[in-house]
Design a protein around this ligand. Structure first.
Ligand code: SF4
Ligand code: SF4
Ligand code: SF4
Length: 205
């Protein structure tokens, strides 16, 4: 992860709470969407593990109150994730199209983004504290989009002859991935924690 990654979580609070008074802050989501669609075709879910403010928020804030349980495997299934993706995107599109052309349309659209950020952050916080910090990230529509756009790009590589099977890498993986079974999982968020932890230097990008 980057040096600034642990500090990005504060942006989520600024947009979700400050945005209730200053809806223009909601347009920050457009920056996030643009970054995701520029980065993911080359680096998969790298944005999630390095630049996403909510990812940082759950990793470094919510983790302090998390029960750190297992993330249910069903939440990772595309059968669950794709309907959630289309539902949330469709709902956001519907709300924006209603606002277009109305009085104060700029502010109203900003508020649609703010509410989207606030509600999803509330869900991420609840799930993160009850289960594991990155539970939301297992089925977040923006994570799913990155997986579809570049899940095979910039894969983690495991040198099997060096690996001693200690599973220290899996213990630190925020996405709870089974690294030793499938190092190239398209839901890897490229945070690099496993690489830093491996005592045998068996992992690299
Ligand atoms: S899955 Fe969603 S909330 Fe989690 S880090 Fe990625 S974009 Fe952010
Ligand atoms: S931490 Fe390294 S040596 Fe241990 S299981 Fe993971 S890859 Fe293998
Ligand atoms: S596999 Fe490694 S780089 Fe990928 S999410 Fe897990 S800890 Fe981070």
């Amino acid at each position: 992860m980057l040096k600034i990654t642990p500090y990005l979580g504060v942006i989520v609070l600024i947009v979700s709470i400050g945005g209730l008074w200053y809806p223009v802050l909601g347009y920050f989501l457009l920056v996030v969407f643009a970054a995701i669609f520029l980065i993911s075709p080359f680096r998969g879910r790298w944005f999630c593990g390095n630049l996403c403010p909510r990812g940082s928020f759950v990793d470094f804030w919510v983790s302090k109150i998390s029960r750190k349980k297992k993330i249910p495997a069903t939440l990772r299934s595309l059968w669950i994730r794709l309907p959630i993706f289309f539902l949330l995107m469709g709902f956001m599109g519907y709300r924006i199209s209603n606002a277009i052309g109305s009085l104060n349309a700029f502010e109203k659209i900003g508020m649609v983004f703010v509410m989207m950020c606030l509600v999803t952050t509330a869900i991420a916080t609840l799930l993160g504290s009850y289960l594991s910090p990155r539970t939301w990230c297992s089925f977040c529509p923006m994570g799913t989009a990155q997986r579809l756009l570049g899940g095979k790009k910039y894969p983690l590589k495991l040198e099997k002859e060096k690996c001693i099977g200690c599973k220290k890498c899996e213990k630190v993986c925020p996405m709870q991935l089974k690294i030793t079974q499938n190092a190239t999982n398209p839901d890897c968020i490229k945070c690099g924690r496993c690489v830093d932890t491996c005592p045998k230097d068996a992992l690299k990008f």
